[in-house]
Design a binder for this molecule. Structure first.
Ligand SMILES: Nc1nc2c(ncn2[C@@H]2O[C@H](COP(=O)(O)OP(=O)(O)O)[C@@H](O)[C@H]2O)c(=O)[nH]1
Ligand SMILES: [Mg+2]
Length: 380
């Protein structure tokens, strides 16, 4: 949006383009049927006005209904399917579970290439082969059988040199659609590809409106009949990054390689997650927990009986990072009761925030996290 021009001493001092903090569309107040629309009232009313109305409504009113939150987006996917396009499904290696879009498998064509982005934030000694194998297994549950899976990092230029050729090889003369949750790095990857790209067509790179939706896609012509499309991103209301204010999100999204923090703990201990969550280890044997979170998220270990009080002190004095505007006590959080299986390697994903790994031994937990954020538990 072209923000109000502030005049200082007769000179225009600021012209700022603002994008929706969730889907990335340019914010505008003039046409409710176009992407990026935000009502003037919301735009002028405080921190959450950083989202367009569509994303804002999804985050506040539609959280319980997975199936319903992507109808416009599905129109794009259906168009891709009808034209036998190559789908490039981008996943985020850090927020892996949050970046998997529920119920998408049955909508996709068979030609799906998966890009696992943000390799740079995972520990260096993680095996790429293992990441690919785990992804293949996980996507099989979603009925997705990719033609290829590539591990890369667009910000660190890792494994991106051959990407343009790879797309050309797999697309067989057809269009290419980049799809995926918002903030997984679709646009960043496309920008990297653009460095290897020469526009040899008579067409320009442009923004195209998808009829019958309020979504715009960026179109990069590959030849006179086919293009790469960058889509705005499917919004996952259950991801922590979409439920917290921006100054908190800054601390939970890692910008560098994460250090896995391990704690060996008996029961009746608690782990405070910054000022935004808490894990109470209620019962079970002495266990070793590996926390995969951003290095900027403070983990404070306390006796369970002191957890709530300590949490309140830390948030009110802002002694931990991050704190969030509306979270002061456990009452501002949502409680999940988790019972781990008796054996196997267990992973608890807190969507968008990180994961905890440990050996299963019938442990019981109470996990307090921001409202509407999803939790998933897997055993291997
Ligand atoms: N650490 C890391 N961050 C990345 C990488 N690629 C993109 N990002 C960041 O992820 C955020 C979202 O990227 P963007 O391309 O806008 O995602 P999109 O919504 O899927 O188009 C931005 O802050 C990027 O800087 C990567 O390879 N590693
Ligand atoms: Mg984008």
């Amino acid at each position: 949006m072209l923000k109000n021009l502030k005049r200082k001493n007769g000179v225009t001092s600021e012209i700022k383009i603002q994008r929706c903090s969730s889907c990335g569309a340019i914010l505008q107040t003039s046409d409710a049927r176009r992407s990026g629309y935000i009502s003037l009232k919301r735009f002028e009313s405080g921190p959450e006005s950083g989202m367009c109305d569509r994303c804002y409504n999804l985050s506040h009113y539609n959280v319980s209904n997975d199936k319903n939150y992507t109808p416009d987006y599905l129109k794009i996917v259906h168009k891709a399917k009808k034209t036998h396009a190559l789908i490039v499904y981008v996943l985020d290696l850090f927020t892996f579970e949050a970046s998997i879009i529920p119920n998408l498998g049955k909508e996709l064509p068979s030609n799906v290439l998966v890009l696992l982005n943000k390799r740079d934030v995972l520990p260096k000694n993680t095996s790429d082969k293992r990441l690919i194998a785990d992804t293949r297994r996980r996507l099989a549950i979603e009925n997705i059988d990719p033609i290829d899976i590539v591990v890369l990092s667009s910000s660190k230029n890792l494994n991106v040199d051959n990407l343009f050729n790879l797309l050309n090889e797999h697309r067989k003369g057809k269009d290419v659609y980049f799809i995926g949750a918002s903030k997984v790095g679709k646009s960043s990857i496309i920008n990297t590809i653009l460095k290897q790209y020469k526009n040899e067509t008579s067409r320009m790179i442009s923004t195209t409106h998808i009829t019958g939706t309020n979504l715009d896609v960026m179109e990069i012509p590959l030849d006179n009949v086919s293009s790469i499309y960058d889509t705005p991103g499917i919004y996952n209301p259950k991801s922590c990054i979409n439920q917290l204010d921006r100054h908190a999100v800054k601390y939970i999204v890692p910008q560098e390689e994460i250090n896995i923090r391990t704690y060996t703990s008996a029961s009746s201990q608690s782990f405070l997650l910054g000022g935004i969550g808490c894990i109470n280890y209620l019962s079970g044997p002495k266990s070793t927990f590996a926390f995969h979170f951003s290095n900027n998220l403070a983990i404070t270990r306390v006796k369970m009986e002191k957890a709530e009080k300590t949490f309140e002190t830390l948030t009110s004095t802002r002694q931990v990072k991050p704190v969030a505007d509306k979270i002061h006590t456990f009452k501002d959080l949502e409680k999940h009761d988790i019972h781990a299986p008796a054996s196997g390697m267990i992973t608890i994903f807190i969507l968008g925030l990180g994961k905890i790994e440990f050996e299963g031994a019938n442990q019981k937990f109470e996990i307090y996290i921001p409202k509407n954020v999803g939790i998933k538990i897997f055993a291997a």
